[in-house]
Each structure stands twice: as C-alpha cells, then as structure tokens.
Design a protein around this ligand. Structure first.
Ligand code: FES
Length: 681
C-alpha cells in the first residue's frame, strides 16, 4: 500500500495518492480535475487558484495538518503584492503536496465553469469555447538548428499544451516575429479549434502574458431588430448587450417583402446584404465601446437568424425561399472567417459560426430556441413560442419534436402600431383598465409606479410618456376586451356602446384614448381600430401555427407553454391568453423564457459541444411548413376572434370571465373581473 499523501479535490470528489513535492496543478491534471491554467504553471496567470482545507475530514477519511502543503513561496508573494490573492488562496502550480490534503477548486478556477442564466428557467452553460488563450515560452532561434519562428511556436504549443496541429494565416505571420521578440520569447496565443476541425488555428498573438481577456458576440439577427451580447469567453459573463433596428426594414417590413424586393430589383439582395453587414459592424464597434474593450479582442461571433436573414447575411439570394418547395442554399451549420462576410470591426481573424437551419422557413433561430429550451428533453408536452416578426414555434417532448415558423409581422414589436415604439424608457409596458369606470392606469419603462400612484409624475418627468411597446400593446388589447371596450370580433365600441368618452370616433371607427398630453405639446396615445387589426393578424398567425403543430401531434391541449422572444419575459401570460396568442393551458403552466434564441446563440458561443448537439437535434426535428398547409388558413381565420371563435378556453375562464361577444347582447364589465381588479389594485 502506498504511503504517498492522499489528495482529495472538492467539489469533484476526485482523489489520488501523489509523491511528496508534486505540484497541486500536476495532481489535478493527472486526476482530470478541472483546474485552469493559462501560463502553464509559471506562476503568472493566477488562473490556478485553489483553497486548501485543514483539520479533520471524516467524510474523506483524512486529517489535514497545517504543513500539508509547501510553504507560501516567493512567486505567490510576488503575485499577492502585485494583484492580491484572496485570503486562504494558494496558486496550484506553486503549492506542492507534503501530506494528506483536501483542496477546493473555486468556480472561477474551473476551466469548464458553469454560468447560470438569469432567466425563469435558469440552467447552466458550461464554458467550453472554441477559442482559448495559451501562454507559451518559445525557443529562441539558433544558427545551428535553423527553424522558423512559427515552427518553434508550434512546437511550444505541442509540448506545453498538447496542441498537435496548428495553422496561422498570412496576416498573423506578419506580426509573429516582432511580437515574439518584444515578449522576449514569451507570448500568449489565442487558438481556435472548431468542433469539426482536426487542425487548430492561431487567431491572435500577444507579447508576454495577455490579460485583457477574449470575447465573443452572440447575435440574434431578427427581421426587425438585431440583438447582440458581448460575452467574455473565459467566464461566460455578458459584458454588454446592445441592439439596433435591422436596416433592411427600408426594403420591406417582413420577410416576404424582402424576398420580393430581391426578385423585383436586380442586385437588391446585395443591397440588403451590405446594409445588414454594415449594421453588424456598427453594432460590434458600439458594444465594444460600451464594454470598454478593444474590438480586436472579439474573436468569435455566433449568429442565429431565420432563413431569409441567414441568406442575406451570407450574401446568398433568398429568391428560392419565396416559392415552394422553399429550398435553402444550405441548411447545415456554417463556420467561416468573419472577413469573408465583410465583418471588419472585430479581430481580423475572428471566426463566425451560424447555427443550422431546420428547413424551409424554419431557421437557425428556431434551432437556437431548441438548444436553449430543450423541448426534446421534456417529459410533458411543451409548446414553445418565440414571439417576433417571424414567430418560431416548437411543440414536443422526449418522443418527438415538431417545429414551424409563422409570419406574425412586426406588430408585437411595437411596429405598425399607431402609438407603438420599441421598449425604451417612456414606453407604456403595463396597463390595466377598470372594468367598471373604463379608466386606464399604466406603468412605463423607467418607473416602478403606476400612473395613479403618488410620485409617478416626478418619475416620468425626464422620460415623458412616449408610446406603447410590444408587451404594452398586448396588455392594452386584452384589457380592452376584458373591460368590454372591444367585442369578440375585435371591434372597438363607441362611447354609447361602451359607456366611456375615452372611446373616441376616428374616421368610421373608434379608438381608445389612454393618455393625452397634446395640450402641452406631448403625444396623444390611443389604441386605434387599425392597431387592433394588426394585433389580430399577428396573434392569429401565432395561434394558427401552434394549432397546426397540435394537429400534426394529434393533441387538443398541451401540458405547458413557454413564451419566448426579445420581450418574451415581459409579456403577461394571462393577457397573452385573453388575446388568444397561445392555446389554453393552466396559467401556472405558462412561463416566460426571455430571449430564447439569443440564449441559444450564447450557449453555442460558450460551448462547442453544444454546436454538435444542436446539429444532431435539428436532424431529428420534424418541420411543418405553414405556407402550404391548407389547415393553417382555416386556423388563422378562426383565431381572428378574441380570444377565439370556436376553441374553448376553459382554463382561462377559471381566472377571467370575458364580457359578451357582441355589444348588442350587452357588453361591459362582469362581476368576476371587477372583483379581481379591486383585489389587484
Ligand atoms: S498556472 Fe498560471 S499562475 Fe499557476
């Protein structure tokens, strides 16, 4: 039996015996314990920090004495003086084993550290990025064994980091020699290795130890908006999030109008490609500025987008997506240099990864939702609706997953709405209408107070009350229906029919007045009949898509609903159901997931195994094409009513009783909703 000291690592529980004098980092590596190191044990990166524990550990069967590790050494002292080490921490590459010891590896020292998402359905992302930093000491050139600098750098990577094959392109080669000499033959290299590649590639090189980090962009490229998350590739932390409107809107608001623009205008596809690439360049410059980092440190970008955006981003004419059978140029995932896509405001050797498309009109954004929400791992039948200009809908469980995409239009994003605006300070995001008095009260982004509470006026003094955002318009329309201002067909009643002078004539129809600051030169915010129609079209498309998937699955109800989308987390699930955006389900089984497509992009950015996983999952998803399914049209028409012409909503009626379907049969408030309102206020 060995008398070598026992080393126990927590939290992994891995243990083994090592000779006295073994560095903790070496023991960790031999046991396969996840302990980070960029400098390869030279005592300069501090990634290998550990916390030794002393005393009795009956659970592990060891007693750890005070001298179980070697004494604090000069390298640790130097690091502590320069940067500071937390009390109780040691450097794993410096401390050596002297006796039985229990060693904790803190989360920040783990290579595959987990980052917990800040969402209702929080789950961890394990860090395993395609591009990583390595510190190397490169042999100096020698007259007697003439080899090139790159060859000696390759040898250093092989011997010090077990990276067997690397390449470097010409632009990297041109900086190699000065950098190696400046760093006195010590350098940090960023090496990219894709999940399908056998050869790694040197993306960047810095003299000495590079300590300014490495970053990636996760971009959700939507028809209306482009959202980006600048993510630290070592920690997974989102350093900045930013978004802008997709400039392609000027060529057409929805996907099909952009495809037609390309069909009707020779070179139109190239114009749209140029516009979106310029916008992404602007976005990467501004997001790097916001985070205070050099844009050259952005070495990877992951895109998720629908098929039309996918083609236009890549510079492929989307014309085939305008007609059946909706053939994609490729549905496979893509890895390519950012330069090939004219993305110049990031590292010149940055790499792009685009998630696979599912097929036809079901794109990489839907794949990203599947990666984030994992319907195929759900025991119960889950319906996931990613709300955007083009909605991605997934229905499934462990036995089968179906997907479709539905053209909702931009109404849910506040576009095509008379007082609509993007979600920004000053926008109405919550609204309640008293079912008896028909008076509204609302909240705006930027204030926690309702409009009838003390202090509201002071809160909004700087932002003003500027319009209604996507979640606000959903609540407004649903509340109008609950309060009897709107009949089942979506018609706004007159003042006589509804009993409120807030229902004002507007041409041959009516509008509901929410807020009027026109006397002071401010906006007059109303919900018009045109707004209701736009919302009806959008919600009917959403519901019809979901219903179509339920038909294919041969079910009449689902166990749970997840609402996702850029503003998914802000949608009130009850109001979404009153509106008939989603099929009936118990309200406690309807949840919000935030921007699931964006989260999927971030997962693929931080973890290359997730890329292989989604490529496999996508092959198993059954795609349903809404554009050629006759039943889609039937469902669409029936879903026009609020909440629905024929489908019952028994779960919804447990919490809200809606007024009569028409004004003639006596509209107005019902007792249940009146009581409910008084409780809430
Ligand atoms: S491995 Fe870099 S300081 Fe220990």
């Amino acid at each position: 039996m060995t008398t070598d000291p026992l080393v126990v690592f927590t939290p992994s529980g891995k243990r083994g015996h090592f000779p006295v004098g073994t560095p903790v980092l070496t023991a960790a590596r031999q046991l396969g314990v996840d302990l980070d190191s960029v400098c390869g044990g030279r005592g300069i990166c501090s990634k290998c920090q550990i916390t030794p524990s002393y005393g009795e550990f009956p659970k592990h069967g060891v007693t750890v004495s005070e001298d179980a590790l070697s004494e604090w050494n000069a390298v640790e002292q130097r690091y502590d003086d320069k940067r500071g080490l937390k009390t109780g921490r040691r450097l794993g590459c410096q401390a050596t084993v002297q006796g039985d010891i229990v060693i904790d590896v803190p989360p920040e020292s783990q290579v595959h550290r987990q980052v917990v998402r800040k969402a209702a359905t929080a789950r961890a992302i394990t860090m395993d990025p395609a591009t990583r930093l390595y510190f190397v000491v490169v042999e100096e050139p020698d007259m007697h064994s003439p080899t090139g600098d790159l060859e000696r750098l390759e040898r250093a990577l092989r011997e010090q980091w077990h990276i067997d094959a690397v390449t470097a392109d010409l632009s990297l080669m041109s900086k190699l020699q000065p950098v190696l000499r400046k760093g006195k033959w010590e350098a940090t290299v960023a090496v990219h290795k894709g999940h399908k590649e056998s050869v790694a590639r040197i993306v960047e090189i810095w003299p000495g130890l590079h300590e300014s980090g490495l970053y990636g962009l996760a971009i959700d490229l939507g028809s209306t908006t482009i959202a980006a998350h600048l993510t630290d590739l070592e920690t997974g932390e989102v350093k900045a999030s930013s978004g802008l409107m997709n400039p392609q809107i000027r060529f057409g608001e929805d996907l099909m109008s952009r495809v037609s623009y390309s069909m009707m205008n020779p070179g139109g596809d190239q114009e749209m490609t140029k516009a979106v690439r310029e916008a992404i360049n602007d976005l990467s410059t501004s997001i790097a500025d916001e985070a205070g980092i050099d844009a050259d440190l952005i070495v990877e970008t992951v895109f998720v987008c629908n098929p039309v955006m996918h083609h236009l981003l890549l510079g492929l004419d989307p014309v085939e997506l305008g007609q059946a059978p909706f053939a994609l140029a490729t549905s496979e995932s893509m890895s390519l240099p950012a330069r090939e896509m004219d993305l110049t405001k990031m590292n010149p050797r940055a790499q792009v990864y685009i998630l696979p498309c599912i097929a036809g009109h079901v794109g990489a954004d839907c794949a990203a939702v599947a990666l984030s929400e994992e319907p195929g791992k759900s025991e119960d039948l889950v319906l996931i609706v990613d709300v955007g200009t083009n909605a991605e809908i997934l229905l499934g469980n462990t036995s089968r997953v179906l997907a479709c995409s539905s053209p909702t239009g931009p109404a849910f994003e506040g576009a095509q709405i008379s007082s609509g605006q993007r979600a920004a300070p000053g926008a109405i995001e919550r609204i309640e209408i008293d079912p008896v008095t028909k008076e509204p009260r609302f909240r705006i982004i930027g204030s926690e107070k309702w409009s009838d509470e003390d202090g509201f006026d002071q809160d909004v003094a700087t932002t003003g009350i500027t319009g209604i955002c996507g979640s606000g318009i959903i609540e407004a329309v649903a509340e109008m229906r609950i309060a009897g201002l709107l009949d089942e067909s979506g018609l706004i009643g007159s003042a006589e029919q509804t009993g409120t002078t807030r229902c004002v004539p507007e041409g041959r129809t009516h509008a509901y007045l929410i807020h009027d600051a026109s006397a002071e030169g401010g906006p007059r915010i109303t919900v018009t009949q045109g707004d209701i129609r736009a919302i009806q079209l959008a919600k009917s498309a959403l519901y019809a898509g979901a219903r179509l998937l339920m038909d294919v699955m041969e079910v009449d109800k689902v166990d749970r609903v997840v609402l996702a989308g850029a503003f998914g987390a802000h949608i009130s699930t009850k109001h979404a159901m009153v509106l008939g955006m989603i099929p009936d389900a118990p309200l406690d089984k309807v949840s919000s997931a935030g921007n699931a497509a964006g989260t999927g992009a971030r997962i693929a950015l931080c973890n290359i195994t997730a890329r292989s996983e989604i490529e496999r999952v996508v092959r198993e998803i059954t795609k349903v094409e809404t554009a050629i399914e006759p039943k889609f049209q039937d469902h669409f028409v029936a879903a026009n009513a609020i909440p629905h012409k024929t489908d019952p909503f028994p779960e919804l009626s447990q919490v809200v009783t809606l007024p009569s379907p028409t004004f003639n049969s006596g509209g107005g408030a019902d007792e249940k909703s009146g009581r409910r309102r008084r409780r809430r206020s």
